[in-house]
Ligand binder design. Sequence first.
Ligand code: FES
Length: 170
Amino acid sequence: MAVSALSSRLLLLGLNAARVTCAHLGRPGCVFSNARGVSSGRALRTEERVTVRFIDRDGKRISVNTITGVSLLNIVVDQNLDFEGFGACEGTLACSTCHLIFEEKIYNKLLNETTVADEEMDMLDLAYGLTDTSRLGCQVCVTKDLDGMVVRVPEAVSDARKTSDKDSAS
Ligand code: FES
């Protein structure tokens, strides 16, 4: 599907295709393959409507209706969710500010679908409040299997780019 045709469909669904990206090449279910919004050239699956429930830093639950094939980062951006500092590097795997904490069953489901790339693991090591079920929101794309999942935004955010700036200055 051409990007413009996809844009039209997403706009009908109230989503902005320009922001529908996924940083990690080849992630199953992602509409696009990189942060610049370049089409992967793979045939798109038929998207289906799903619900994602976020728990923000204040413990407030936010339910979002979206479609399969978009990353959690894109959902946060497209829905204007007010998670301060979230997604600072726009999905280029450079900041770790898109750190999210998953329910164990969902985390395991994600692991069954795909392995966590070394680059994501490296960035997760720099995330604030890392848990056993942490992932980066820019690397997780929504599939039908994940419908209704709950993801928690950590209490604080840590931007790996700023940490490395400090390290190199000292
Ligand atoms: S948005 Fe920066 S690593 Fe995900």
